[in-house]
Write a protein that binds this ligand. Structure first.
Ligand SMILES: Cc1ncc(C[n+]2csc(CCOP(=O)(O)OP(=O)(O)O)c2C)c(N)n1
Ligand SMILES: [Mg+2]
Length: 822
């Protein structure tokens, strides 16, 4: 408990100075003779060979992009190729000491890292295991091509498999590592420990933290390396990732063998430029990137600049840093100094740098310099090195021929199956626990104080005499969420949850009250105020095989995790060719009473993004059942909750909310009230004003409403809604989201298409105003109210006898408001 860490004013108010330790810069100074103690001749030459392979791979792509041919073979590659010519020593040095259990993440410029890590893994795996990996990957399709084209040992095949799989991926072929759905900037191959590369600059900055957490929380071997560019050091996800990774609680509050730092290296591949902006000297103030570690923690993240033009210096650094991580003193920051001779992309005219500068770096070319050292030290002859270069050229030619052959390496056939990509968007699995094992808990479930107290609550909102149950005795919506969450914590040993004030405080709006007592720190912890990293770390945790609940206190804070929610969470399952699973539930609460920046319902925004499941329960029964389903699945679910109804009791499920486990399938709307005259489809808390409207319509106008609670936005089964509309011929759609561009509009349009012949009037949308949300006292002018629904029905759908309307939904007003942009 932080309570055990009392903050003593006498200590914190004391005068003192912060001292910064020294950060080493290019301190490697071993000779080849000294290094001979570590490396055999074969090792030395292997390092050279790997660098040459990367150089040739990138040179081939550069020629294809700029001249449309390589070694006389014509090919046009319309897609991207961010090449790393010049950076080979950093990639090979980084990967040299990593095992298959060590994971790398990368950026848009990661071909070299993929190859280096793959080549390193192939050397370390025993041949039987290596062959099995290749044989089992997508049914062995890529291996079959490689076996037809080449012969040799499993290791030799492995190298060709790596080159072919990576190139086929870059060329969007189905045999690529990710079925061609990742491509140059996102290619990866997890069996070799190569995790997603990211086209969003800095995107790996927080995802890799989640991978490191996965290793730590689930006691997995290996470390995680986050390879990112120097310019990404200005990005939010990188800073948030660094903050998340260096939290003191790992050392102060996590206990037993969980105590200690994260197994993570932030490895900045510092080529000194963004696209054209020079980081040191122009766009950043650090002068030497390694300085960034200084302010983060007293260890300065063990930061160091290492000469990335010398592979042996990089290997040496990684060896030393790995040791620090084994001592649980991570994470580490490395500034691996390098230079890209190639442009940012092949169309880059290098207008931002001088010819002299490029030539100066070319003179120091890492492959040439390293080769010369080997020759000088008598490790290899010049002719041997030349032979390696020419054999690599021949190998690359053969690989290219295979990768561009449309018969051997076709694209995913979308004409044969137009839905092939759609089938890979979700994994749609149902899994009790992501791994077997005994979940670590602090208490038996039955003795948990909240679990005990829930046993005494009334699970239906009225008592036997038809009187409403008092709030103190009532089982509420927040309890439904809690029961599903705690149940899963006792079932799935991998389940972890984090967010702001998740521990001790009891979670936002008391949903997690009772969890702190039940769970050790590594399963439930407070995060920094880093909404991006809260979600980003969950993504990394999920893609490595763990289940996770990330919580964003208010929906309005989703903006802070925009990249993670829009660009990362929804994409990796499909971009992996549907190999990766993403069992990540993001809890999002729609606020109330706190005005413009704490009350927005952005469910429409996330429902718009392909690859996310989106639910919004409005009753305790649905909240528990939907959370159970979300946590049983392996897909990302954005789980909306509304603060206005956290304390609502169950009004619809007459037997009350069951104490045991049950699931409500995602995507199934639910009829909350039967009626024949008008259908009202609601999302979220608007169910309750809709009920009020239905009561008025019934009592005063004899009009029967059928209320359907959408419960889910994605997926969504329209069949029950169409059935209802067939009966009523009329539909109003209502939710708390601002109406312009809302998901209600999408639903209204789809319903029009599906049920046009049965509709007596157009579907009408009743959303919130297109304004800022005003203070609580004025909210009734902003959020849909019962009389807005009756107005809409009267004005647009079914004139009600004697009804006096406000004119709220008149066509004139709609046109006027739209032209005013409100
Ligand atoms: C969020 C984001 N902003 C901008 C870009 C466009 N962009 C692609 S690469 C790049 C420069 C990145 O520099 P750095 O991180 O140093 O990596 P490098 O390209 O040098 O390897 C930019 C601005 C992007 N892909 N993502
Ligand atoms: Mg850079």
């Amino acid at each position: 408990m932080p309570k055990s860490q009392n903050i003593d004013p006498k200590i914190v108010r004391k005068p003192e100075y912060i001292e910064f330790g020294r950060i080493p810069v290019n301190q490697y100074n071993k000779t080849i003779e000294q290094e001979k103690k570590i490396y055999s001749s074969e090792d030395f030459i292997g390092i050279f060979t790997d660098m040459v392979i990367i150089r040739e791979f990138e040179t081939m792509l550069n020629l294809i992009k700029t001249t449309n041919e390589y070694m006389g073979i014509p090919y046009n590659h319309p897609g991207p190729a961010h090449l790393s010519i010049g950076q080979e020593a950093s990639a090979v040095g980084m990967a040299y000491n990593l095992g298959v259990e060590d994971y790398i993440f990368g950026s848009h410029r990661s071909h070299g890292e993929i190859l280096a890590k793959g080549l390193s893994a192939i050397k370390k795996l025993d041949e039987g295991t290596l062959y099995e990996i290749m044989k089992n990957y997508f049914g062995g399709n890529a291996l079959r091509v490689v076996e037809k084209g080449f012969s040799g040992s499993a290791r030799e095949l492995g190298r060709n498999f790596l080159l072919y799989g990576a190139l086929a991926e870059i060329f969007a072929r189905e045999n690529g590592f990710n079925k061609g759905l990742g491509g140059s900037m996102h290619a990866f191959f997890t069996p070799f420990g190569i995790y997603p590369n990211n086209a969003i600059v800095g995107g790996s900055g927080d995802i890799s933290v989640g991978a490191a957490l996965f290793k730590k929380i689930n006691r997995k071997p290996g470390i995680v390396v986050c390879n990112i560019g120097d310019a990404s050091s200005a990005c939010g996800p990188v800073w948030e990732g660094i903050c998340f990774a260096t939290m003191d609680q790992y050392n102060t509050l996590w206990s037993g063998d969980f105590r200690g730092g994260l197994p993570l290296i932030f490895n900045f591949m510092n080529n000194l430029y963004g696209m054209g902006g020079q980081t040191a000297g122009e766009t950043m103030g650090f002068k030497i990137l390694a300085r960034l570690g200084a302010g983060v923690n007293p260890d300065s993240m063990h930061a160091e600049r290492v000469d990335g033009y010398n592979p042996l210096a990089v290997i040496d650094a990684f060896r030393r840093k790995k040791k620090i991580i084994e001592e649980k003193k991570g994470p580490v920051l490395l500034d691996t100094l390098t230079y890209r001779i190639s442009g940012h992309s092949p169309s880059d005219a290098s207008s931002y740098r001088s010819k002299e500068e490029i030539e100066a770096w070319q003179k120091e070319d890492s492959i040439v310099a390293y080769g010369n050292k080997l020759v000088e030290a008598g490790i290899a002859s010049a002719s041997k090195l030349e032979e390696i270069r020419s054999e690599t050229g021949e190998l690359m030619t053969a690989i290219l021929k295979l990768a561009i052959d449309p018969v051997v390496s076709p694209l995913l056939d979308l004409s044969a199956n137009r839905d092939a990509i759609g089938e890979m968007m979700f994994s749609n699995a149902s899994v009790d626990r992501m791994e077997d094992g005994k979940p670590e808990v602090l208490l038996p479930l039955e003795v948990n104080p909240r679990v005990k107290s829930l046993k005494t609550k009334e699970r239906f909102y009225m008592d036997g005499e038809g009187k409403p149950v008092s709030k103190a005795k009532l089982y509420q919506l927040r309890d439904g969420i809690f029961e599903a969450v705690i149940d899963r914590f006792y079932k799935d040993p991998t389940l972890a949850a984090w967010g702001e004030e998740n521990r001790d405080w009891g979670g936002a709006f008391a949903v997690y009250r009772g969890l702190t007592e039940a769970l050790p720190y590594q399963r439930l912890f407070n995060s920094p105020i880093s909404e991006g990293a809260i979600v980003g770390a969950a993504i990394g945790y999920g893609m490595c095989g763990g289940r996770v609940i990330a919580e964003i206190m208010y929906c309005d804070f989703l903006g802070r995790s925009g990249d993670e929610v829009f660009n990362q969470l929804p994409k990796w399952q499909a971009m992996s060719g549907n190999l990766i699973r993403m069992p990540v539930v993001v809890r999002v609460s729609v606020g109330s009473k706190y005005g413009a920046q704490h009350s927005q319902d952005w469910s429409s925004l996330v429902a718009h993004i392909p690859g996310l499941k989106v639910v919004f329960p409005a009753t305790p029964y649905d909240a528990k059942g939907l959370m159970n389903s979300a946590l049983q699945g392996t897909d990302p679910v954005i789980f909306f909750e509304s603060q206005r109804i956290y304390d609502t009791g169950e009004m619809f499920h007459r037997e009350g909310v069951p104490g045991g486990y049950y699931e409500i399938p995602l995507g199934e709307p639910d009829i909350k009230l039967k009626g024949d005259d008008v259908t009202i489809l609601t999302i979220g808390a608007t169910l309750y004003p809709a009920l009020k409207a239905a009561e008025i319509l019934k009592e005063k106008y004899g009009t029967g409403c059928e209320i359907i609670d959408a419960r889910s936005l994605v997926p969504f089964n329209y069949a029950p809604v169409v059935e209802s509309v067939k009966k009523t011929g009329r539909i109003v759609l209502a939710s708390d989201a601002s109406s312009r561009g809302s998901f209600l509009k999408e639903m209204a349009q789809t319903i029009t298409e599906l049920a046009f012949d049965f509709l007596d009037a157009p579907p009408v949308v009743v959303g919130s105003r297109n304004w800022i949300t005003p203070a609580f006292e004025m909210e009734k002018y902003f959020f849909p109210q019962a009389d807005w629904i009756t107005d809409a029905i009267h004005e647009k759908i079914l004139p009600l006898k004697g009804y006096v309307s406000s004119g709220r939904y008149s066509s004139d007003r709609t046109v006027r408001l739209s032209s005013e942009g409100v």
